[in-house]
Write a protein that binds this ligand. Structure first.
Ligand SMILES: Nc1ncnc2c1ncn2[C@@H]1O[C@H](COP(=O)(O)OP(=O)(O)OP(=O)(O)O)[C@@H](O)[C@H]1O
Length: 327
């Protein structure tokens, strides 16, 4: 089936900053593709070009078969965007905002009313459905506003959904509902490009991931491929004391597949068969005061992600798919 979003060689500069550097990716109908990357990696720049808010310096973007660079207005009809900024719904209730979004997208009034009801249940926002958003963030919490913005985005079906940080401000229980709602849109046939910082939660619902680092695709593939570890791998997390800027932990007496520093944590990927030796070593380190504590758990996608995007040039042990796009 044709891609609902197809990007090749996308490049966009802001002065000396190359915000997007030769990026290629694709989203097919029914597929949820996560776009990950640290602050400033270039995610919002990419999204802005997909929806025609920004012109690329080079490269092509096709949305629903339409050339989005040559014909941004036509391409825009195939995509619904939830921007990173909160939706300006002051003076409206979530019900009115969702109904309006559905009407703008061409749904008849009766269907728009039903959609607002359905989404209120799907996202558990019924208690606030008829409460008015007031200026300066009053009336409705940030989380309810964010959920309302998501509901507005999905109020009418579109071939492509672009969601920029849709889970910001949302509590854990409703985040779960939101992730499920995103997955459902994919299962119903929409292509979804999902920008998020939440690697661990996104892993559950995405088909593919693209990791951006300083404007470039650092890695792309399924969560399992990106994890780049065996199911038998474990993650040994060492919590360093506050003063330990560059601790000397000595030579680990276990095989270490990957090492990542993340703040005051050092994350080591080790084989499960060496769990006992890893615990003995970590206990010794704790007793000597070299670490404050440790934990041993299954390796996660977050470990691989941190390895890929860590500022020290820790060798990424994750495959990069350079194909235009099948990520
Ligand atoms: N309008 C602009 N003018 C100048 N520089 C910009 C502009 N927009 C983005 N940039 C720069 O381009 C780079 C990519 O920014 P972008 O907002 O796309 O990153 P991001 O991955 O979305 O970050 P975040 O996770 O913080 O939203 C950054 O270095 C940013 O400072």
């Amino acid at each position: 089936m044709d891609d609902v979003l197809h990007i090749t060689g996308l490049t966009r500069r802001f002065g000396a900053v190359v915000a997007n550097d030769d990026i290629s990716l694709r989203v097919r109908p029914g597929e949820v593709v996560g776009l990950l990357g640290h602050n400033g990696a270039g995610k919002t720049t990419l999204v802005s070009q997909v929806v025609g808010l920004l012109r690329p310096d080079a490269g092509s973007i096709t949305v629903g078969g339409t050339d989005a660079v040559a014909h941004p207005a036509a391409a825009r009809r195939h995509v619904a965007l939830q921007p990173q900024a909160q939706a300006p719904i002051e003076g409206l209730t979530p019900r009115t905002a969702i109904e309006l979004a559905a009407r703008v997208r061409g749904l008849p009034p009766r269907r728009a009313r039903a959609v607002a009801e359905e989404l209120a249940d799907e996202l558990d926002i019924r208690p606030w459905l008829d409460r008015r958003a007031l200026p300066e963030g009053r009336g409705l919490s940030g989380g309810v506003r964010r959920l309302t913005a998501f509901a507005m985005t999905v109020a009418a079906p579109t071939p492509l959904l672009v969601l920029d940080e849709p889970t910001n401000d949302i509590d854990a229980a409703r985040r779960r509902l939101l992730w499920d709602a995103v997955r459902r849109r994919g299962d119903e046939g929409a292509g979804v490009l999902l920008v998020t910082h939440n690697v661990t939660e996104a892993e559950r619902i995405v088909d593919e991931l693209v990791v951006l680092d300083r404007g470039r695709v650092a890695a792309a593939g399924s969560p399992a491929a990106l994890r780049g570890t065996q199911d038998t791998d474990l993650r040994l997390e060492l919590q360093l004391p506050p003063e330990a800027t560059d601790p000397d932990l000595g030579q680990p007496p276990v095989t270490v597949h990957r090492t990542v520093r993340a703040g005051r944590r050092t994350l080591l990927t080790v084989p499960a068969a060496q769990a006992a030796a890893a615990v003995t070593w970590a206990t010794t380190l704790r007793e000597s005061g070299a670490v404050e504590g440790y934990s041993l758990a299954p390796a996660t996608l977050e470990d691989a992600y941190l390895a890929l995007t860590s500022p020290d040039d820790a060798a990424p042990s994750v495959p990069t798919d350079q194909e235009p796009a099948r990520v």
